[in-house]
Design a protein around this ligand. Structure first.
Ligand code: F6R
Length: 609
């Protein structure tokens, strides 16, 4: 995710900007830049790659000035390169900005501004903000920024610098974090506490819609209506390392808790203005194109494969196209039957997994159309595929994938609706209903994350067992697979997932007294059958933790504990039921003293076959 820093004071801004950006490196980025104002001119320096390249670029000629802004970019709109790096400027370099988030209406604004003669230099959504400010500027910096904020849609934390206003930075936020660090004769702006913790522990935390005017010896904050806001100073008590994790003990826990935002970011720009349809500007497919596919493949590894299983279910159910799914390392060695009427979807968080990349190349060689679902802009898989749709989960640092899984499912759900609409396989009122449910998901994900205490207790109770089984049918089975993968990879407990109906064909022999079985039972059409399977394991004295829908009153009669998830459509429930399983794996690993973020033998990006 991108990082922001800003400085106003008496010291050289560049020193703090480079140092602050270094403290944000853990967030993941692919380019960096700074802009420094010397009272007359603003100098912008950017470099793709590590911060070290930017340092190298400016080391013999560091920009001079006591006010400035800086940014580490994690590419969303436009590949990583110098041109797309922040800070961005208007046509004449009078306004300079840095931005985290996504400006959803940037295309419309860009067209408007281009028609008025504004010249754009990058492919980013962000640049539009600098040109818009130039366009609306009326000599009053604050009023003009407010006008910009009124016109843009989406999520942002933004910092603005203006040549005509040499004594202040203006910043504001919506759905992305922004803090102001309070110093003596100097003040700081940052997207995250680690950037400034070495300089000050006293901060103002901005709320959505607030605007701050930051000068070297004052900070003035107002609300959306321009009324002054009195803020309490937030004193940071964490150390720098804890601050990088936003106060969470591990990146995995932080990333689990980032899921409401990750889901919202992945979804929101793809929902039609009417709130009832799906828009995939990246694809712009026609009915004819979608109808030309007589078969689809989903290819992925690990967690991405588990998300793919859910995707297959959606595509078949909603778009009525047969879908085969394969792990990437198997796919290309089995002489797959593919032609130009096949669509191959590869799913990969990193976009670099070598098996998935090789399967993608093989599919192209065989003549298939290819689509990548990935989280990393400009990654090898994104570049290789004919088309790409991105999950906007932000960087995933913990080895165990969490927010990538939920956002992959969201995106494949949206793709299925999109294809179903084009094929005419889902009635418009059902699409509208599902899009409505989709929009409630970020809230429901947040609610699911609220009740962790029982999960911590289960983890302590069962964290020392040697074996754990996960069972479910239909979509519940797919989630069970992901739950068991999470548990084994970070807690090293032997965990297996079974289609509940398969147990009695062999595995039931392993169910003895006290063996924990996590049973998911949320799918109505197979509910009674799942219940029978649960009774079978209970009859062998297993300890059963049931995962149920919000309105279930039956399951608790047959199991030892029940976790319920909020109300949503049955199709979307995997995005909720996986969350207690992620948390269970996390707390089981804590119970056993495992290195949660870096489990043994595993790597975040698997670039060997
Ligand atoms: C498990 C996990 C892995 C990855 C797999 C594919 O938590 O993270 O199973 O899902 O290595 O990686 P990507 O999605 O980067 O292709």
């Amino acid at each position: 995710m991108c990082g922001i820093v800003g400085y106003v004071g008496d010291n050289q801004a560049a020193n703090f900007l480079l140092d602050g950006l270094a403290k944000l490196e853990y967030r993941g980025y692919d380019s960096a830049g700074i802009a420094v104002f010397d009272g007359e001119n603003i100098r912008v320096e950017k470099s793709v790659g590590r911060l070290a390249s930017l340092r190298d670029k400016v080391k013999d000629d560091t920009p001079v000035g006591t006010m400035g802004i800086g940014h580490t970019r994690w590419a969303t709109h436009g590949r990583p390169c110098d041109r797309n790096s922040h800070p961005h400027t208007d046509c004449h370099g009078d306004f300079v900005i840095v931005h985290n988030g996504i400006i959803e209406n940037y295309l419309t604004l860009k067209e408007e501004l281009q028609a008025k003669g504004h010249e754009f230099r990058s492919e980013t959504d962000t640049e539009v903000v600098a040109h818009l400010l130039e366009d609306v500027y009326n000599g009053d910096f604050e009023a003009s920024v407010r006008e910009v904020l009124r016109r843009i849609e989406g999520s942002y934390s933004l910092v603005f610098m203006s040549k005509a206003n040499p004594d202040c930075l203006i910043c504001s936020k919506q759905d992305n974090p922004l803090i102001i660090g309070l110093g003596e004769g100097e003040n700081f702006v940052a997207s995250d506490i680690p950037a400034i913790i070495a300089y000050t522990r006293r901060n103002y935390i901005l709320n959505d819609g607030e605007l701050a005017i930051v000068k070297k010896d004052s900070v003035w904050i107002s609300n959306r209506q321009g009324e002054p806001v009195t803020k309490k100073v937030f004193e940071v008590t964490w150390n720098a390392e804890a601050a990088e994790k936003g106060g969470y003990e591990h990146f995995m826990l932080k990333e689990i808790h980032e899921q409401p935002k990750a889901v919202r970011d992945t979804m929101s720009a793809r929902i039609g203005k009417d709130g009832k349809s799906i828009v995939m500007d990246e694809l712009k497919w026609t009915s004819e194109f979608v109808n030309s596919f007589n078969k689809m493949y989903i290819i992925a590894c690990g967690t991405a494969y588990n998300a793919g299983l859910v995707g297959k279910y959606y595509l078949e159910k909603l778009a009525r196209i047969p879908v085969e799914i394969d792990v990437a390392s198997e796919f290309r060695y089995r002489d797959p039957i593919i032609d130009e009427n096949t669509l191959v979807i590869v799913v990969s968080q990193s976009g670099e997994t070598i098996d998935t990349l090789a399967a993608l190349k093989e599919s192209k060689r065989l003549g298939a159309k290819t689509l990548a679902v990935t989280n990393v802009v400009g990654s090898s898989i994104a570049r290789e595929a004919d088309q790409v749709i991105y999950t906007w989960a932000g960087p995933e640092i913990a080895v165990a994938s969490t927010k990538a899984y939920t956002t992959q499912i969201v995106l494949m759900f949206m793709l299925s609706l999109y294809m179903g609409e084009l094929k005419g396989t889902i009635p418009a009122d059902r699409v509208a209903e599902l899009v409505g449910e989709l929009q409630k998901l970020p809230t429901h994900v947040g609610e699911t994350l609220e009740d962790v205490e029982p999960i911590k207790t289960f983890a302590k109770q069962y964290g020392y067992n040697d074996d754990v089984f996960y069972i479910g049918r239909s979509l519940d089975y797919h989630v069970a697979l992901e739950g068991s993968l999470k548990l084994k990879e970070i807690s090293y407990i032997h965990a297996e997932a079974y289609a509940a109906g398969e147990l009695k064909h062999g595995t039931l022999a392993l169910i003895i007294e006290g063996v924990p079985v996590i049973a998911l039972a949320t799918q109505k059409d197979v509910y009674e059958k799942t219940l029978s399977n649960i009774k079978e394991v209970k009859a062998r004295d297993a300890v059963v933790i049931g995962i149920a829908a919000f309105d279930d009153t039956e399951l608790e009669k047959y199991v030892d504990h029940v976790i319920k998830v909020p109300k949503t459509d049955e199709l979307l429930i995997p995005i909720l039921t996986v969350i207690p399983l992620q948390l269970l794996a996390y707390y089981a690993a804590i119970t056993r003293g495992c290195d949660v973020d870096k489990p043994r033998n595993l790597a975040k990006s698997v670039t060997v076959e």
